[in-house]
Design a protein around this ligand. Structure first.
Ligand SMILES: [Mg+2]
Length: 336
């Protein structure tokens, strides 16, 4: 379904019938939902003994997405996934999604349905479901916001502030694929010809990895959404530490050379939207994880990429004990 879908528009369909259609897509009551979407509020049977986590994020047209590069379904998918990434970083399991849609009146109804399908499908991949939402018209750009509720064992939430000096910094997966795909899509390459396009168009939150980390005794994490340098600096500052990162340990996505040449490290460290998890853990915990204890099949690769240190600030070194590399104009960090 493309943005140029034909009539009816949401103005012609009307708020009530459109909302009814979106509510039907959300599904009925089940073991999780005591009261399903469609009433004044939904009712969640939250898991006993677990802490409930809530987070929200919004995608705004021409700020966070463009009709030229993303289909309605993909915008919905991503609106869910970027929000789920924050729950993954807490070691939580997404359970319920509440959707707010702000729609220009001339939006094709079929596009709104496709967008909601993207949200429902992405949530379904994590075992989560839509519990309700709201619609409104807007004279501005289209915007979609997902609020997610999730749950985690109360003593096992990952936080940014739980790191300590000399903790190892670990990273799931690899960096740079999403930023590289975005650059190629913005340059006009068709998605079918952009390697790794799905990493930017249809990201997946590291939910299983976050839960495995928490179960293995990790206490400190953040998701890598705004770039490795910036999000590592955030984690370190929240933990009252500084951080050093090791350039030669950074797992970069394949194929970045073709696009960025010798700028690939700098671009991969600052590009953002990787939706990997950045973790701080005591060396013994990190070693157990790397040895495969508590880190099983189906989970992404895990690499030690640096350490927390007592001195504040962020340093990029060539490797452990190696010389500091400039971050600033050459690595983009100063731009933030
Ligand atoms: Mg985050």
């Amino acid at each position: 379904m493309s943005w140029s879908a034909g009539p009816p528009t949401v103005r012609a369909t009307g708020e009530g019938p459109l909302l009814d259609r979106l509510v039907r897509m959300a599904g009925g009551e089940d073991a999780v939902l005591a009261i399903a979407a469609g009433d004044d509020a939904a009712g969640w049977r939250a898991p006993p003994g677990e802490v409930v986590l809530v987070t929200t994020d919004a995608l705004v047209e021409d700020v966070d997405f463009r009709r030229r590069t993303q289909l309605p379904y993909e915008v919905g998918w991503k609106a869910y996934a970027v929000t789920a990434s924050d729950l993954a970083a807490m070691g939580a399991r997404p359970a319920l999604v509440v959707v707010t849609l702000l729609l220009p009146a001339d939006t094709a109804t079929a596009c709104v349905v496709a967008l909601q399908e993207g949200i429902v499908d992405a949530a379904g991949e994590d075992g989560a479901r839509v519990a309700g939402g709201d619609l409104s018209g807007t004279a501005g750009p289209l915007a979609v916001s997902c609020t997610l509720l999730g749950a985690a064992p109360a003593d096992r939430c990952l936080t940014r502030s739980a790191g300590h000096p000399d903790d190892r910094i670990l990273l799931t997966g690899e960096l740079g694929a999403a930023a590289a795909a975005l650059e190629r899509l913005e340059a006009g390459d068709p998605p079918g010809r952009v390697p790794g396009a799905e990493r930017w168009l249809r990201p997946r939150a590291r939910v299983a990895a976050g839960r495995a980390l928490a179960a293995a005794g990790v206490q400190c994490a953040i998701d890598c959404s705004d770039g490795m340098l910036l999000d590592t600096a955030r984690l370190a500052a929240a933990s009252g530490c500084g951080a050093e990162l090791w350039a030669d340990r950074m797992p970069l996505a394949p194929g970045l050379d073709d696009l960025w040449g010798d700028q690939r490290l700098a671009r991969a460290l600052t590009g953002g939207e990787d939706f990997e998890l950045i973790v701080a853990a005591p060396a013994a915990v990190a070693e157990r994880l790397l040895a495969g204890s508590g880190w099983g099949a189906g989970l992404p690769p895990l690499a030690v990429v640096g350490r927390l240190c007592p001195e504040p600030g962020l340093t990029l070194r060539s490797g452990p004990g190696g010389p500091a590399l400039p971050i600033g104009s050459t690595h983009g960090f100063a731009h933030f």
